[in-house]
Design a protein around this ligand. Structure first.
Ligand code: GLU
Length: 276
C-alpha cells in the first residue's frame, strides 16, 4: 500500500492541511503501507520557495516522516508534455484561446472544477494551436474511446463502496478540463496528479471530500492512459467535522502561527478533532 500527501506550496499550511496529512499517515499506518510526500508546485505564478520550506517544517513538527527524495512536479514538465502529446496524437486534445470572461459570456455554468467549459474551441485541430493557447481534453470523445462502465472503490466518509461513474454527469459537471495552462504552459493539477499517482505507484489516494467530485475525471484519465485506478479515501473537512464543535476554530490561520504561539502537535490534533 502506498499513499501520498500532495500539497501545493501556494500558501502556508493551515489546519485543514494538518488534518489531511495526519489522515494520510494514519491510513498508511492502518494498512501497513508507506506515505509519500509530493510537492504539487505546478502553478508557476503562485508557488513560493518559502511555502515549500514551510511544508517540510510543519509536517516534521507534526511528527510525520517521509522517504526522500521528494517528488517535485516542477521538475517534471517534460513528462507531462509527453503525456499530452500522446493524447493529442489520438485526437483527444484541442487548443483553446478562451479567456475566463469569454467562457462566462458563452453561458458556462459553475461545475465541480470551476466553470464547465462550453466547448467554444472544441472543434479546433492541433494544427490551429497558437502560442499561449491552453490545451484541453475532449471528455466526450475520451469517454467514447474507453470501455465502459468505469468505476472506483471509495473507502472514505461519503458514498463508500464501489462508485460507478456516470459519463453524462462527467460531461455536465466537469466538462473538458485544461491539461496545459494558457500563457504559462504549466501542466494542470489533473494531469500532473493522475500522471504522478501512477508514476509513484500510489495504491490509495487519501484526500479531502472537496476533491471527491473530481475523481471521476481522474479515473477517466487513468483509463485513457492505461494507468491503474487506486482506491480513494476522501476524508471529511475540518470545518465539517470539528467546526461544528469548535465555533472559534480559525481554519485559515497558518499552522506555523499556532506553533509560534506555543501550541503543541497534540493541541492541533485536538483542535481539528483528529483522533489517533
Ligand atoms: N495539490 C492538491 C491540493 O493541495 C492536492 C491534490 C490531491 O491530493 O489529489 O489541493
Amino acid at each position: 500500500m502506498i499513499t501520498r500527501f500532495a500539497p501545493s506550496p501556494t500558501g502556508p499550511l493551515h489546519l485543514g492541511h494538518a488534518y489531511s496529512a495526519l489522515t494520510v499517515w494514519q491510513q498508511a499506518a492502518r494498512l501497513g503501507g508507506t506515505a509519500l510526500l509530493r510537492i504539487e508546485d505546478t502553478d508557476s505564478t503562485r508557488v513560493r520557495p518559502e511555502y515549500e520550506a514551510g511544508i517540510y517544517e510543519d509536517l516534521a513538527w507534526l511528527g510525520l516522516k517521509w522517504p526522500t527524495p521528494v517528488l517535485r512536479q516542477s521538475e517534471r514538465a517534460g513528462l507531462y508534455d509527453t503525456t499530452i502529446a500522446a493524447l493529442a496524437e489520438r485526437g483527444l486534445i484541442y487548443p483553446c484561446s478562451c479567456s475566463r470572461r469569454a467562457i462566462v459570456e458563452a453561458g458556462a455554468v459553475p461545475g465541480a472544477d470551476g466553470m464547465v467549459y462550453p466547448g467554444t474551441c472544441r472543434m479546433r485541430g492541433m494544427e490551429t494551436r497558437n502560442a499561449g493557447d491552453a490545451l484541453r481534453l475532449n471528455v466526450g470523445l475520451a469517454l467514447a474511446r474507453i470501455a465502459q462502465p468505469i468505476q472506483f472503490e471509495e473507502t472514505g466518509v461519503q458514498d463508500a463502496g464501489l462508485v460507478h461513474i456516470d459519463p453524462a454527469a462527467l460531461c455536465h459537471t466537469i466538462g473538458d478540463p485544461v491539461l496545459k495552462r494558457k500563457d504559462t504552459g504549466d501542466p494542470s493539477y489533473h494531469l500532473a496528479c493522475v500522471h504522478d499517482d501512477a508514476a509513484q505507484e500510489i495504491t490509495h489516494v487519501v484526500r479531502g471530500t472537496d476533491l471527491q467530485a473530481l475523481t471521476p475525471l481522474h479515473v477517466l484519465m487513468q483509463h485513457l492512459l492505461g494507468y491503474p485506478t487506486p482506491v480513494y479515501h476522501h476524508h471529511g473537512l475540518v470545518l465539517d467535522d470539528a467546526g461544528k464543535r469548535l465555533a472559534k476554530i480559525d481554519k485559515s490561520k497558518a499552522l506555523a502561527k499556532y506553533r509560534a504561539e506555543g501550541a503543541t502537535p497534540d493541541d492541533i490534533k485536538q483542535m481539528i478533532g483528529f483522533v489517533d
